[in-house]
Design a protein around this ligand. Structure first.
Ligand code: NOJ
Length: 549
Protein backbone atom coordinates (compact mmCIF):
# COMPACT_ATOMS: atom_id res chain seq x y z
CA UNK A 1 0.00 0.00 0.00
CA UNK A 2 2.68 2.42 -1.11
CA UNK A 3 0.14 5.22 -1.63
CA UNK A 4 -0.56 5.47 2.11
CA UNK A 5 2.81 7.17 2.69
CA UNK A 6 3.69 8.50 -0.76
CA UNK A 7 4.81 12.01 -1.65
CA UNK A 8 3.10 12.90 -4.93
CA UNK A 9 4.46 15.56 -7.30
CA UNK A 10 2.27 16.83 -10.14
CA UNK A 11 3.80 18.34 -13.25
CA UNK A 12 2.99 19.21 -16.82
CA UNK A 13 5.73 17.93 -19.13
CA UNK A 14 5.10 20.94 -21.39
CA UNK A 15 6.24 23.49 -18.78
CA UNK A 16 8.81 21.47 -16.80
CA UNK A 17 12.06 21.16 -18.80
CA UNK A 18 12.74 21.66 -22.51
CA UNK A 19 15.62 19.46 -23.67
CA UNK A 20 15.52 20.16 -27.43
CA UNK A 21 15.06 23.91 -27.00
CA UNK A 22 11.98 24.20 -29.19
CA UNK A 23 10.13 26.12 -26.46
CA UNK A 24 8.02 23.21 -25.17
CA UNK A 25 9.02 21.10 -22.21
CA UNK A 26 9.52 17.47 -23.16
CA UNK A 27 9.93 13.94 -21.81
CA UNK A 28 13.73 13.86 -22.31
CA UNK A 29 13.86 17.07 -20.24
CA UNK A 30 11.81 15.45 -17.51
CA UNK A 31 14.08 12.38 -17.57
CA UNK A 32 17.02 14.72 -16.91
CA UNK A 33 15.28 16.13 -13.86
CA UNK A 34 14.30 12.86 -12.18
CA UNK A 35 17.39 13.00 -9.98
CA UNK A 36 16.22 16.41 -8.76
CA UNK A 37 12.82 14.95 -7.87
CA UNK A 38 14.46 12.00 -6.19
CA UNK A 39 16.67 14.32 -4.17
CA UNK A 40 13.56 16.25 -3.15
CA UNK A 41 12.08 13.02 -1.84
CA UNK A 42 9.21 12.54 -4.30
CA UNK A 43 7.97 8.95 -4.49
CA UNK A 44 5.19 9.30 -7.05
CA UNK A 45 5.06 11.47 -10.12
CA UNK A 46 1.66 12.53 -11.46
CA UNK A 47 1.94 13.48 -15.11
CA UNK A 48 -0.73 15.83 -16.39
CA UNK A 49 -2.11 14.84 -19.83
CA UNK A 50 0.68 14.10 -22.34
CA UNK A 51 -1.62 12.73 -25.05
CA UNK A 52 -2.18 14.16 -28.55
CA UNK A 53 -4.40 17.22 -28.21
CA UNK A 54 -5.51 20.40 -29.96
CA UNK A 55 -4.62 21.94 -26.58
CA UNK A 56 -7.71 24.02 -26.04
CA UNK A 57 -7.87 22.90 -22.39
CA UNK A 58 -4.18 22.43 -21.62
CA UNK A 59 -4.23 18.82 -22.84
CA UNK A 60 -7.46 17.80 -21.08
CA UNK A 61 -8.96 17.66 -24.59
CA UNK A 62 -7.61 14.44 -26.04
CA UNK A 63 -7.67 13.08 -29.59
CA UNK A 64 -5.89 9.76 -28.95
CA UNK A 65 -5.93 8.08 -25.53
CA UNK A 66 -3.12 5.71 -26.55
CA UNK A 67 -0.75 8.35 -27.96
CA UNK A 68 1.99 10.71 -26.80
CA UNK A 69 1.89 14.31 -28.04
CA UNK A 70 4.76 14.69 -30.54
CA UNK A 71 5.73 18.04 -29.01
CA UNK A 72 6.58 16.26 -25.77
CA UNK A 73 8.35 13.24 -27.26
CA UNK A 74 7.56 9.66 -28.18
CA UNK A 75 6.39 6.49 -26.47
CA UNK A 76 10.07 5.58 -26.26
CA UNK A 77 10.81 8.79 -24.37
CA UNK A 78 7.97 8.10 -21.97
CA UNK A 79 9.27 4.60 -21.29
CA UNK A 80 12.69 6.11 -20.52
CA UNK A 81 11.02 8.39 -17.97
CA UNK A 82 9.08 5.55 -16.35
CA UNK A 83 12.10 3.27 -16.27
CA UNK A 84 14.47 5.91 -14.88
CA UNK A 85 11.90 6.94 -12.30
CA UNK A 86 11.50 3.34 -11.20
CA UNK A 87 15.27 3.08 -10.79
CA UNK A 88 15.07 6.06 -8.40
CA UNK A 89 12.19 4.52 -6.47
CA UNK A 90 9.61 6.85 -8.04
CA UNK A 91 6.31 5.53 -9.38
CA UNK A 92 4.51 7.29 -12.21
CA UNK A 93 0.78 7.87 -12.53
CA UNK A 94 -0.97 9.87 -15.25
CA UNK A 95 -4.19 11.72 -15.81
CA UNK A 96 -7.01 9.51 -17.06
CA UNK A 97 -9.39 11.92 -18.77
CA UNK A 98 -12.26 9.80 -19.99
CA UNK A 99 -15.30 11.83 -19.04
CA UNK A 100 -14.97 13.42 -22.47
CA UNK A 101 -12.87 13.52 -25.63
CA UNK A 102 -11.80 16.42 -27.80
CA UNK A 103 -14.35 17.21 -30.51
CA UNK A 104 -11.50 16.39 -32.90
CA UNK A 105 -11.23 12.82 -31.62
CA UNK A 106 -11.91 10.35 -34.49
CA UNK A 107 -14.81 8.90 -32.46
CA UNK A 108 -16.60 12.25 -32.30
CA UNK A 109 -15.84 13.08 -35.94
CA UNK A 110 -17.45 9.80 -36.94
CA UNK A 111 -20.29 10.14 -34.43
CA UNK A 112 -21.37 13.59 -35.59
CA UNK A 113 -21.17 12.60 -39.29
CA UNK A 114 -23.92 9.99 -39.22
CA UNK A 115 -26.71 8.47 -37.14
CA UNK A 116 -25.51 5.03 -38.14
CA UNK A 117 -21.89 5.53 -37.13
CA UNK A 118 -20.74 2.84 -34.67
CA UNK A 119 -19.47 5.74 -32.58
CA UNK A 120 -22.73 7.71 -32.52
CA UNK A 121 -23.72 6.17 -29.20
CA UNK A 122 -20.26 6.85 -27.74
CA UNK A 123 -21.64 10.30 -26.90
CA UNK A 124 -24.90 11.61 -25.41
CA UNK A 125 -27.31 13.05 -28.00
CA UNK A 126 -30.76 14.62 -27.68
CA UNK A 127 -33.19 16.15 -30.18
CA UNK A 128 -33.91 18.91 -27.68
CA UNK A 129 -31.56 20.23 -24.99
CA UNK A 130 -31.72 17.79 -22.10
CA UNK A 131 -31.79 18.47 -18.39
CA UNK A 132 -29.79 21.61 -17.60
CA UNK A 133 -26.88 21.58 -15.16
CA UNK A 134 -24.42 24.30 -14.27
CA UNK A 135 -21.52 24.29 -16.76
CA UNK A 136 -18.15 23.92 -14.99
CA UNK A 137 -16.69 26.92 -16.84
CA UNK A 138 -19.48 29.50 -16.59
CA UNK A 139 -17.37 32.26 -18.16
CA UNK A 140 -17.27 30.33 -21.45
CA UNK A 141 -20.35 28.11 -21.56
CA UNK A 142 -23.98 28.91 -20.84
CA UNK A 143 -25.37 25.38 -21.21
CA UNK A 144 -24.13 21.79 -21.02
CA UNK A 145 -26.00 21.04 -24.28
CA UNK A 146 -24.80 22.31 -27.67
CA UNK A 147 -26.49 21.83 -31.02
CA UNK A 148 -24.25 20.24 -33.64
CA UNK A 149 -25.21 21.18 -37.21
CA UNK A 150 -23.64 18.10 -38.76
CA UNK A 151 -25.20 15.70 -36.29
CA UNK A 152 -28.55 17.49 -36.31
CA UNK A 153 -28.80 16.94 -32.55
CA UNK A 154 -27.67 18.37 -29.23
CA UNK A 155 -24.75 16.73 -27.40
CA UNK A 156 -23.80 16.80 -23.73
CA UNK A 157 -20.60 18.48 -22.48
CA UNK A 158 -20.07 19.20 -18.80
CA UNK A 159 -16.94 21.22 -19.59
CA UNK A 160 -16.14 23.24 -22.76
CA UNK A 161 -18.31 22.62 -25.81
CA UNK A 162 -15.23 21.24 -27.58
CA UNK A 163 -15.18 18.42 -24.98
CA UNK A 164 -18.19 16.17 -25.71
CA UNK A 165 -18.99 13.79 -22.83
CA UNK A 166 -18.57 10.07 -23.40
CA UNK A 167 -21.55 7.82 -22.74
CA UNK A 168 -20.35 5.25 -20.21
CA UNK A 169 -23.64 3.37 -20.27
CA UNK A 170 -22.46 2.10 -23.66
CA UNK A 171 -20.56 -1.16 -23.06
CA UNK A 172 -18.27 -0.41 -26.04
CA UNK A 173 -17.16 2.86 -24.41
CA UNK A 174 -16.38 1.06 -21.16
CA UNK A 175 -14.39 -1.54 -23.10
CA UNK A 176 -12.36 1.21 -24.75
CA UNK A 177 -11.65 2.86 -21.39
CA UNK A 178 -10.52 -0.50 -20.01
CA UNK A 179 -8.16 -0.87 -22.96
CA UNK A 180 -6.70 2.57 -22.25
CA UNK A 181 -6.09 1.62 -18.62
CA UNK A 182 -4.62 -1.74 -19.62
CA UNK A 183 -2.34 -0.11 -22.17
CA UNK A 184 -0.71 2.37 -19.80
CA UNK A 185 -0.35 -0.20 -17.04
CA UNK A 186 1.66 -2.34 -19.49
CA UNK A 187 3.85 0.70 -20.21
CA UNK A 188 4.64 0.72 -16.49
CA UNK A 189 2.32 3.27 -14.90
CA UNK A 190 1.23 2.68 -11.30
CA UNK A 191 -2.25 4.04 -11.75
CA UNK A 192 -4.13 7.18 -12.63
CA UNK A 193 -5.33 10.53 -11.42
CA UNK A 194 -8.92 10.24 -12.57
CA UNK A 195 -10.32 13.47 -13.98
CA UNK A 196 -13.78 14.70 -13.02
CA UNK A 197 -15.01 11.43 -11.51
CA UNK A 198 -18.58 12.48 -10.58
CA UNK A 199 -19.14 13.65 -14.17
CA UNK A 200 -17.54 10.51 -15.59
CA UNK A 201 -19.98 8.16 -13.88
CA UNK A 202 -23.09 10.32 -14.13
CA UNK A 203 -25.73 9.27 -16.64
CA UNK A 204 -27.26 12.68 -17.32
CA UNK A 205 -29.21 12.71 -20.54
CA UNK A 206 -29.11 8.95 -21.03
CA UNK A 207 -32.56 7.57 -21.77
CA UNK A 208 -32.05 3.87 -21.25
CA UNK A 209 -33.81 3.56 -17.92
CA UNK A 210 -33.26 -0.18 -17.91
CA UNK A 211 -29.50 0.32 -17.78
CA UNK A 212 -28.02 -0.74 -14.41
CA UNK A 213 -25.68 2.25 -14.41
CA UNK A 214 -28.56 4.69 -14.62
CA UNK A 215 -29.79 3.23 -11.33
CA UNK A 216 -26.39 3.02 -9.66
CA UNK A 217 -23.57 4.87 -11.44
CA UNK A 218 -21.14 3.67 -8.75
CA UNK A 219 -21.45 0.23 -10.28
CA UNK A 220 -19.15 1.53 -13.02
CA UNK A 221 -16.53 2.81 -10.57
CA UNK A 222 -16.48 -0.61 -8.92
CA UNK A 223 -16.04 -2.19 -12.34
CA UNK A 224 -13.14 0.16 -13.14
CA UNK A 225 -11.38 -0.55 -9.86
CA UNK A 226 -11.86 -4.27 -10.22
CA UNK A 227 -10.39 -4.21 -13.70
CA UNK A 228 -7.45 -2.07 -12.60
CA UNK A 229 -6.65 -4.31 -9.64
CA UNK A 230 -6.94 -7.44 -11.74
CA UNK A 231 -4.36 -6.08 -14.16
CA UNK A 232 -2.10 -4.54 -11.53
CA UNK A 233 -2.59 -5.33 -7.85
CA UNK A 234 -0.94 -2.19 -6.48
CA UNK A 235 -2.11 0.39 -9.00
CA UNK A 236 -4.20 3.30 -7.74
CA UNK A 237 -7.10 5.46 -8.81
CA UNK A 238 -6.59 8.95 -7.35
CA UNK A 239 -9.89 10.67 -7.96
CA UNK A 240 -10.86 14.29 -8.46
CA UNK A 241 -14.09 14.43 -6.46
CA UNK A 242 -14.93 17.85 -5.09
CA UNK A 243 -18.05 16.87 -3.13
CA UNK A 244 -19.21 16.98 0.50
CA UNK A 245 -17.67 14.32 2.79
CA UNK A 246 -20.63 11.93 2.79
CA UNK A 247 -20.57 11.78 -1.01
CA UNK A 248 -16.82 11.32 -1.02
CA UNK A 249 -17.26 8.28 1.17
CA UNK A 250 -19.45 6.77 -1.57
CA UNK A 251 -16.68 7.38 -4.12
CA UNK A 252 -14.29 5.38 -1.92
CA UNK A 253 -16.85 2.57 -2.08
CA UNK A 254 -17.98 3.11 1.54
CA UNK A 255 -16.69 0.61 4.11
CA UNK A 256 -15.88 -1.89 1.31
CA UNK A 257 -13.34 0.52 -0.20
CA UNK A 258 -13.86 -0.96 -3.66
CA UNK A 259 -14.02 2.22 -5.76
CA UNK A 260 -11.40 5.02 -5.71
CA UNK A 261 -8.16 4.26 -3.87
CA UNK A 262 -7.50 7.92 -3.07
CA UNK A 263 -9.33 11.24 -3.26
CA UNK A 264 -8.12 14.79 -3.02
CA UNK A 265 -9.31 16.44 0.16
CA UNK A 266 -10.83 19.56 -1.41
CA UNK A 267 -12.79 20.42 1.71
CA UNK A 268 -9.78 20.56 4.05
CA UNK A 269 -7.89 22.56 1.42
CA UNK A 270 -10.65 25.18 1.17
CA UNK A 271 -11.11 25.41 4.91
CA UNK A 272 -7.37 25.75 5.38
CA UNK A 273 -7.50 29.00 3.36
CA UNK A 274 -10.39 30.21 5.48
CA UNK A 275 -8.33 29.43 8.58
CA UNK A 276 -5.35 31.30 7.15
CA UNK A 277 -7.52 34.30 6.28
CA UNK A 278 -9.03 34.36 9.80
CA UNK A 279 -5.84 33.31 11.59
CA UNK A 280 -8.11 30.86 13.34
CA UNK A 281 -7.57 27.09 13.14
CA UNK A 282 -11.24 26.23 13.75
CA UNK A 283 -12.35 25.83 10.08
CA UNK A 284 -9.55 23.44 9.17
CA UNK A 285 -10.02 21.48 12.42
CA UNK A 286 -13.72 21.07 11.62
CA UNK A 287 -12.90 19.78 8.14
CA UNK A 288 -10.44 17.23 9.47
CA UNK A 289 -12.84 16.01 12.15
CA UNK A 290 -15.64 15.75 9.58
CA UNK A 291 -13.71 13.47 7.29
CA UNK A 292 -15.67 10.23 7.04
CA UNK A 293 -14.11 7.01 8.28
CA UNK A 294 -12.71 5.12 5.29
CA UNK A 295 -11.56 1.58 4.57
CA UNK A 296 -7.97 0.86 5.67
CA UNK A 297 -6.49 0.95 2.19
CA UNK A 298 -8.26 4.16 1.16
CA UNK A 299 -6.38 7.41 1.49
CA UNK A 300 -6.86 11.18 1.44
CA UNK A 301 -4.59 13.22 -0.80
CA UNK A 302 -3.82 16.51 0.92
CA UNK A 303 -2.75 19.61 -1.00
CA UNK A 304 -2.71 23.38 -0.81
CA UNK A 305 -2.59 24.15 -4.54
CA UNK A 306 -3.16 22.39 -7.85
CA UNK A 307 -3.08 23.25 -11.57
CA UNK A 308 -6.66 24.59 -11.65
CA UNK A 309 -8.22 27.56 -9.93
CA UNK A 310 -7.95 27.47 -6.14
CA UNK A 311 -11.60 26.61 -5.80
CA UNK A 312 -13.52 27.93 -2.80
CA UNK A 313 -16.86 26.58 -3.99
CA UNK A 314 -17.57 24.63 -0.81
CA UNK A 315 -17.33 27.70 1.42
CA UNK A 316 -20.38 29.85 2.06
CA UNK A 317 -20.63 33.11 0.07
CA UNK A 318 -19.49 35.19 3.01
CA UNK A 319 -16.62 32.81 3.86
CA UNK A 320 -15.48 32.93 0.23
CA UNK A 321 -15.53 36.73 0.33
CA UNK A 322 -13.30 36.62 3.42
CA UNK A 323 -10.74 34.53 1.55
CA UNK A 324 -11.02 36.75 -1.54
CA UNK A 325 -10.47 39.84 0.61
CA UNK A 326 -7.42 38.33 2.32
CA UNK A 327 -5.72 36.65 -0.62
CA UNK A 328 -7.16 37.85 -3.93
CA UNK A 329 -8.97 41.17 -3.73
CA UNK A 330 -8.34 42.20 -7.38
CA UNK A 331 -10.80 40.98 -10.02
CA UNK A 332 -7.97 39.50 -12.14
CA UNK A 333 -7.01 37.27 -9.18
CA UNK A 334 -10.48 35.71 -9.11
CA UNK A 335 -12.16 33.33 -11.52
CA UNK A 336 -15.58 31.76 -12.15
CA UNK A 337 -16.92 33.60 -9.09
CA UNK A 338 -15.61 30.73 -6.96
CA UNK A 339 -11.83 30.66 -7.03
CA UNK A 340 -8.42 32.30 -7.14
CA UNK A 341 -5.75 31.96 -9.80
CA UNK A 342 -2.85 32.70 -7.46
CA UNK A 343 -0.12 30.53 -5.96
CA UNK A 344 0.37 30.42 -2.20
CA UNK A 345 3.57 32.49 -1.68
CA UNK A 346 2.27 35.72 -3.30
CA UNK A 347 -0.99 35.31 -1.38
CA UNK A 348 1.08 35.31 1.80
CA UNK A 349 3.10 38.34 0.61
CA UNK A 350 6.13 36.10 0.26
CA UNK A 351 6.43 35.90 4.07
CA UNK A 352 8.78 32.91 4.63
CA UNK A 353 7.43 32.24 8.13
CA UNK A 354 3.86 31.86 6.89
CA UNK A 355 4.82 29.87 3.79
CA UNK A 356 6.85 27.41 5.84
CA UNK A 357 4.15 27.13 8.46
CA UNK A 358 1.58 26.18 5.78
CA UNK A 359 3.80 23.47 4.27
CA UNK A 360 4.75 22.19 7.70
CA UNK A 361 1.04 21.88 8.42
CA UNK A 362 0.36 20.19 5.08
CA UNK A 363 3.00 17.52 5.67
CA UNK A 364 1.86 16.94 9.26
CA UNK A 365 -1.78 16.28 8.32
CA UNK A 366 -3.08 12.73 8.11
CA UNK A 367 -2.99 11.67 4.46
CA UNK A 368 -0.70 11.67 1.44
CA UNK A 369 0.66 15.08 0.41
CA UNK A 370 0.52 16.21 -3.21
CA UNK A 371 2.75 19.03 -4.47
CA UNK A 372 2.25 21.02 -7.68
CA UNK A 373 5.58 21.67 -9.45
CA UNK A 374 7.34 24.82 -8.27
CA UNK A 375 5.73 24.81 -4.82
CA UNK A 376 8.95 23.43 -3.37
CA UNK A 377 10.81 26.63 -4.32
CA UNK A 378 7.92 29.02 -3.68
CA UNK A 379 7.06 30.00 -7.26
CA UNK A 380 4.54 32.77 -7.85
CA UNK A 381 1.91 33.22 -10.57
CA UNK A 382 1.58 35.27 -13.75
CA UNK A 383 -1.57 37.35 -13.44
CA UNK A 384 -1.24 38.48 -17.07
CA UNK A 385 -1.92 34.93 -18.26
CA UNK A 386 -5.42 33.86 -19.23
CA UNK A 387 -7.43 32.34 -16.34
CA UNK A 388 -6.04 29.16 -14.85
CA UNK A 389 -2.84 29.52 -16.91
CA UNK A 390 -1.61 31.94 -14.24
CA UNK A 391 -0.09 29.02 -12.33
CA UNK A 392 1.04 27.02 -15.38
CA UNK A 393 4.27 28.92 -16.03
CA UNK A 394 7.69 27.36 -16.80
CA UNK A 395 9.55 25.72 -13.94
CA UNK A 396 12.22 28.07 -12.61
CA UNK A 397 15.51 26.17 -12.67
CA UNK A 398 18.04 29.03 -12.78
CA UNK A 399 18.25 32.80 -12.73
CA UNK A 400 19.38 32.69 -16.38
CA UNK A 401 17.61 32.91 -19.73
CA UNK A 402 13.99 31.68 -19.64
CA UNK A 403 14.52 30.46 -16.07
CA UNK A 404 16.81 27.72 -17.44
CA UNK A 405 13.66 26.01 -18.73
CA UNK A 406 14.58 26.40 -22.42
CA UNK A 407 17.10 28.11 -24.68
CA UNK A 408 14.39 28.85 -27.27
CA UNK A 409 13.40 32.39 -28.25
CA UNK A 410 11.11 33.89 -25.62
CA UNK A 411 8.26 34.11 -28.11
CA UNK A 412 8.36 30.33 -28.65
CA UNK A 413 8.01 29.33 -25.00
CA UNK A 414 5.04 27.16 -24.03
CA UNK A 415 4.13 29.91 -21.53
CA UNK A 416 5.78 33.16 -20.43
CA UNK A 417 8.09 33.04 -17.44
CA UNK A 418 6.93 34.79 -14.24
CA UNK A 419 8.18 38.37 -13.86
CA UNK A 420 8.42 40.66 -10.82
CA UNK A 421 9.18 39.69 -7.24
CA UNK A 422 8.78 35.95 -7.88
CA UNK A 423 10.79 35.94 -11.13
CA UNK A 424 13.63 33.42 -11.64
CA UNK A 425 16.14 36.00 -10.49
CA UNK A 426 14.62 35.70 -7.00
CA UNK A 427 13.11 32.21 -7.06
CA UNK A 428 15.00 29.34 -8.68
CA UNK A 429 16.20 25.81 -7.98
CA UNK A 430 19.92 26.42 -8.59
CA UNK A 431 20.24 29.04 -5.85
CA UNK A 432 18.05 27.21 -3.37
CA UNK A 433 19.92 23.92 -3.81
CA UNK A 434 23.06 25.52 -2.37
CA UNK A 435 21.32 27.28 0.47
CA UNK A 436 20.63 25.19 3.59
CA UNK A 437 18.12 27.84 4.74
CA UNK A 438 16.10 27.92 1.51
CA UNK A 439 12.49 26.86 1.15
CA UNK A 440 13.70 23.96 -1.02
CA UNK A 441 15.95 22.70 1.78
CA UNK A 442 13.07 23.05 4.22
CA UNK A 443 10.75 21.08 1.91
CA UNK A 444 13.32 18.29 1.66
CA UNK A 445 13.42 18.13 5.45
CA UNK A 446 9.62 18.03 5.68
CA UNK A 447 9.45 15.26 3.09
CA UNK A 448 12.16 13.24 4.85
CA UNK A 449 10.34 13.57 8.16
CA UNK A 450 6.98 12.74 6.61
CA UNK A 451 8.47 9.55 5.18
CA UNK A 452 10.00 8.68 8.56
CA UNK A 453 6.63 9.07 10.28
CA UNK A 454 4.31 6.44 8.82
CA UNK A 455 1.76 7.43 11.47
CA UNK A 456 0.99 10.44 9.24
CA UNK A 457 -0.15 8.24 6.41
CA UNK A 458 -1.65 5.47 8.49
CA UNK A 459 -2.51 6.75 11.90
CA UNK A 460 -5.46 8.06 13.81
CA UNK A 461 -5.86 11.81 14.15
CA UNK A 462 -6.66 13.69 17.36
CA UNK A 463 -6.96 17.38 18.06
CA UNK A 464 -5.20 18.29 21.33
CA UNK A 465 -6.85 20.73 23.72
CA UNK A 466 -5.12 24.06 24.20
CA UNK A 467 -6.48 27.57 24.72
CA UNK A 468 -5.57 29.52 21.55
CA UNK A 469 -7.95 29.70 18.55
CA UNK A 470 -5.03 30.54 16.24
CA UNK A 471 -3.25 27.31 17.15
CA UNK A 472 -3.79 23.83 15.75
CA UNK A 473 -2.26 21.13 17.98
CA UNK A 474 -2.80 17.58 16.85
CA UNK A 475 -1.39 14.11 17.12
CA UNK A 476 -1.20 11.19 14.73
CA UNK A 477 -0.80 7.76 16.27
CA UNK A 478 -0.17 4.40 14.69
CA UNK A 479 1.42 1.23 15.93
CA UNK A 480 4.29 2.32 18.23
CA UNK A 481 4.55 5.80 16.71
CA UNK A 482 3.04 9.06 17.87
CA UNK A 483 3.72 12.47 16.40
CA UNK A 484 2.53 15.70 17.99
CA UNK A 485 2.39 18.74 15.68
CA UNK A 486 1.62 22.31 16.69
CA UNK A 487 1.04 25.19 14.28
CA UNK A 488 0.41 28.83 15.05
CA UNK A 489 -1.67 30.38 12.26
CA UNK A 490 -1.48 33.84 13.79
CA UNK A 491 1.23 36.54 14.05
CA UNK A 492 1.28 36.70 17.88
CA UNK A 493 3.64 34.50 19.92
CA UNK A 494 1.74 31.86 21.90
CA UNK A 495 2.59 29.77 24.90
CA UNK A 496 0.84 26.46 24.22
CA UNK A 497 0.18 24.10 27.15
CA UNK A 498 -0.50 20.49 26.19
CA UNK A 499 -1.49 17.55 28.35
CA UNK A 500 -0.25 14.28 26.85
CA UNK A 501 -1.42 10.86 27.81
CA UNK A 502 2.14 9.66 28.44
CA UNK A 503 4.06 8.48 31.48
CA UNK A 504 6.57 11.29 32.15
CA UNK A 505 8.90 8.86 33.85
CA UNK A 506 9.49 6.98 30.61
CA UNK A 507 8.45 9.27 27.73
CA UNK A 508 10.11 12.31 26.20
CA UNK A 509 9.46 14.57 23.22
CA UNK A 510 12.02 14.88 20.45
CA UNK A 511 11.94 17.86 18.10
CA UNK A 512 11.93 16.57 14.51
CA UNK A 513 12.44 19.90 12.74
CA UNK A 514 14.84 21.71 15.09
CA UNK A 515 17.24 21.35 17.97
CA UNK A 516 15.18 22.13 21.06
CA UNK A 517 13.44 19.13 22.56
CA UNK A 518 10.56 19.62 24.99
CA UNK A 519 10.25 18.23 28.49
CA UNK A 520 7.18 16.67 30.01
CA UNK A 521 6.57 17.64 33.62
CA UNK A 522 5.68 15.04 36.25
CA UNK A 523 2.00 15.21 35.24
CA UNK A 524 2.69 14.63 31.53
CA UNK A 525 2.27 18.29 30.60
CA UNK A 526 4.41 20.38 28.33
CA UNK A 527 4.38 24.12 27.61
CA UNK A 528 5.58 25.06 24.12
CA UNK A 529 6.70 28.59 23.24
CA UNK A 530 5.70 29.36 19.67
CA UNK A 531 6.54 32.55 17.79
CA UNK A 532 4.03 34.04 15.36
CA UNK A 533 3.49 31.57 12.47
CA UNK A 534 5.69 29.05 14.25
CA UNK A 535 5.45 25.25 14.10
CA UNK A 536 6.75 22.14 15.91
CA UNK A 537 6.86 18.47 15.12
CA UNK A 538 7.50 16.39 18.24
CA UNK A 539 8.04 12.66 18.26
CA UNK A 540 6.90 10.92 21.44
CA UNK A 541 9.76 8.63 22.41
CA UNK A 542 9.00 6.02 25.04
CA UNK A 543 11.37 3.84 27.01
CA UNK A 544 12.60 1.00 24.90
CA UNK A 545 11.64 2.82 21.70
CA UNK A 546 14.10 1.83 19.01
CA UNK A 547 13.10 4.21 16.27
CA UNK A 548 15.86 6.46 15.06
CA UNK A 549 15.21 10.07 16.04
C1 NOJ B 1 -10.48 18.83 -14.37
C2 NOJ B 1 -9.08 19.24 -14.67
O1 NOJ B 1 -8.36 19.36 -13.47
C3 NOJ B 1 -9.17 20.55 -15.42
O2 NOJ B 1 -7.90 21.12 -15.60
C4 NOJ B 1 -9.86 20.33 -16.73
O3 NOJ B 1 -10.06 21.55 -17.40
C5 NOJ B 1 -11.23 19.66 -16.53
N1 NOJ B 1 -11.18 18.56 -15.60
C6 NOJ B 1 -11.77 19.14 -17.83
O4 NOJ B 1 -11.03 18.00 -18.22
Amino acid sequence: MWWKTAVVYCLDVETFMDWNDDGSGDLPGLAQRLDYLHDLGVTCLWLMPFYPTPDRDDGYDITDFFGVDGRLGSHGDLVEVVRTARDRGIRVIADLVVNHTSDRHPWFKSARASHTSPYRDFYVWRDEPGEEQAPVFPDQEKSVWTYDERAGQYYLHRFYKHQPDLNVTNRAVRDEIAKVIGFWLEVGLSGFRVDAVPFLIETLGVNRVEDALVHDPHEYLRELREFLSRRSGDAVLLGEVNLPPKDQLKFFGGPDGDELTMQFDFITMQRLYLSLAREDATPVIEALLNRPETATAAQWATFVRNHDELTLDKLSDSERQEVFAAFGPEPQMQIYGRGLVRRLPPMLDGDPRRIRMVYSLLFSLPGTPVLFYGEEIGMGENLEAEGRNAVRTPMQWTAGKNAGFSQARKSRLAAPVVTGGFSPEHVNVADQRRDPDSLLSFMKLLIRRYRECPELGWGSFDVLDQPHPSVLAHSCTWDDGCLVAVHNLGPEPRSVPLQLDEDPATARLVNLLGQEDADLDDKGRVELQLEGYDYRWLRVVREGDRRLT
